[in-house]
Design a protein around this ligand. Structure first.
Ligand code: AMP
Ligand code: MG
Length: 486
């Protein structure tokens, strides 16, 4: 296929030992059509999609036509799903290869929903349109919120039906990621007894994501510490915007520190640390406030896989790993506190700050205040005058906060600017996401998808056209449950 759009593939993962993947092409689909295309992302990748006729773009992003230089593979991995170990692998995704951008950045280009692979187990290897659009919209919103994430380049419909409970339009998402290497990729090697492979994969990861670490005294300990740090930072960012991932299984945790796998994920409206959306998370294992614990648990599974290369003596290796894992809560807490300070316009640090934050959150929970709306109101100095805010507990907290602000040397304007840059006006609220996906999936009408996408990718901007997307749902529109749609 015409390679003039700027593909530059260099497939380092496909050069690793072949126990890590299966080579195969995406399964062609009947009648691919472009549903949505991310031109801004294409541009940053150095791809010139304007030169590509729309039908060729549809063939490309459906996997019917392969770009020059692609070496398609399905990656092998395992994972702890809700605590239970399973061998998995790309059951419905194909990695086309690693594209090198003009600024020399390396990105995985993966098709999700591209047909069966040796890892499909009972699955059909396919995806329905709504969940793929959901991943597209939410991943791009996360990127706009400055949260590390995989990106979405395109969604095509396949012209085929996928059978879930009913027949739904099939679709394929093109996912762009720093890499698709997961905690579960390491677990796969351990479980298949490939100890040599652990070192090979760890070296690959260091070279690819953390090149500075190869100079460390113990590069594998440095790797463990870095992955812990990246995940602590990531989960703090999730909490700060009210994001609930929903399926924090070890196969859905990247080594690069990017958010991956937007299944039943959702943003919280009213503040409640026990918020669970996912229909399959029966025990609330991955509820909003439990996400740091879940991340630490996953990181412990990662640390276990590194034991053979952390230290030649097992006892020592275990001690090193435990120490690293035990540091997680404090690292997380520091990222979260730093983020909260920004949300409340604080440049300086005081010991009582965490108390100030907790009192506000407790008040929000007690009064069923909307998380995003409350913070944005504080930032824009537009606290609603309704009953919810007009009570002594809130007023007392507000006074305490104002006194705290006045103790720092920074100007009021600089505080407000800090807050406006850290408190989004718009998040992809569930009721908006559901309504946009329904019209696209059921009527083939993408107007709302485009509007929603435009609004959520400008979360901090003051654009009157998008004001409607700021409002929390009326009680009748609240979404309490989300589904993976796999
Ligand atoms: P996820 O819940 O998306 O993280 O997927 C968990 C595992 O199930 C991964 O190995 C997926 O590749 C696999 N999977 C999900 N949906 C399908 C499907 N329709 N066909 C085959 N495999 C699937
Ligand atoms: Mg997954």
């Amino acid at each position: 296929m015409n390679n003039n759009i700027g593909w530059q593939f260099d497939n380092s993962y496909a050069r690793l030992p072949d126990s890590l993947y299966a080579r195969l092409n995406p399964v062609s689909v009947r009648a691919p059509r472009l549903a949505i295309l991310n031109e801004a992302l294409a541009k940053t990748l150095g791809l010139n999609l304007h030169s590509l006729p729309e039908q060729d773009a549809a063939l490309l992003f459906a996997g019917n036509a392969l770009p020059d230089g692609a070496q398609p593979i399905a990656q092998a991995y395992a994972g702890h799903q809700f605590g239970n170990f399973t061998i998995l692998g790309d059951g419905r995704a194909i990695l086309l290869g690693e594209h090198i951008t003009p600024t020399n950045e390396r990105f995985d280009i993966q098709l999700k929903g591209s047909g069966q692979t040796p890892f499909s187990r009972q699955g059909d290897g396919r995806a329905a349109i709504a969940p793929m659009l959901r991943e597209y919209i939410i991943s791009e919103a996360m990127h706009a919120l400055n949260i590390p994430t995989t990106r979405s380049l395109a969604v095509v419909t396949t012209g085929e039906s996928v059978i879930r409970e009913v027949a739904l339009p099939g679709a394929i998402l093109t996912r762009v990621a720093a890499s698709h290497i997961r905690v579960g990729t390491f677990e796969y090697l351990v479980r298949t007894g490939n100890i040599e492979g652990i070192k090979t994969l760890a070296d690959h990861v260091i070279q690819r994501h953390y090149p500075g670490l190869s100079e460390a005294d113990n590069p594998y300990l440095a790797l463990l510490n870095h992955v812990i740090d990246r995940q602590a930072s990531l989960v703090a960012k999730w909490l700060l915007v009210g994001f609930v991932h929903g399926v924090m299984n070890t196969d859905n945790m990247t080594i690069s520190g990017e958010t991956i796998d937007y299944g039943p994920c959702a943003f919280m409206d009213t503040y409640d640390p026990n918020t669970v959306f996912s229909s399959i998370d029966h025990y609330g294992r991955y509820r909003y406030g439990k996400q740091p614990d879940a991340a630490q648990w996953n990181l412990a599974r990662f640390a276990e896989t590194l034991l053979p290369i952390l230290h030649p003596e097992q006892e020592q290796a275990v001690a090193i790993a435990e120490k690293a894992i035990h540091a997680f809560p404090e690292i997380f807490q520091n990222y979260w506190l730093a983020g909260m300070r920004k949300k409340l316009g604080l440049f300086t640090e005081e010991v009582e700050d965490s108390q100030l934050f907790e009192i506000l959150l407790t008040w929000m929970q007690g009064h069923q205040a909307d998380y995003t709306h409350t913070f944005h109101s504080l930032a824009s100095e537009s606290i609603p005058t309704d009953d919810q805010f007009n009570n002594s507990a809130f007023i007392e907290w507000h006074t305490r906060w104002q006194v705290r602000l006045s103790r720092q040397p920074n100007s009021k304007t600089s505080s407000i600017n800090l807050m406006l840059a850290n408190n989004p006006a718009i998040i992809p609220r569930n009721h908006r996401v559901e309504e946009a996906l329904a019209t696209a999936s059921e009527q083939g009408d993408y107007t709302r998808v485009h509007q929603l996408h435009a609004a959520v990718t400008n979360p901090y901007a003051d654009i009157p056209e998008y004001y409607a997307y700021r409002t929390p749902p009326p009680p009748s529109d609240r979404v309490y449950q989300t589904f993976c749609g796999t």
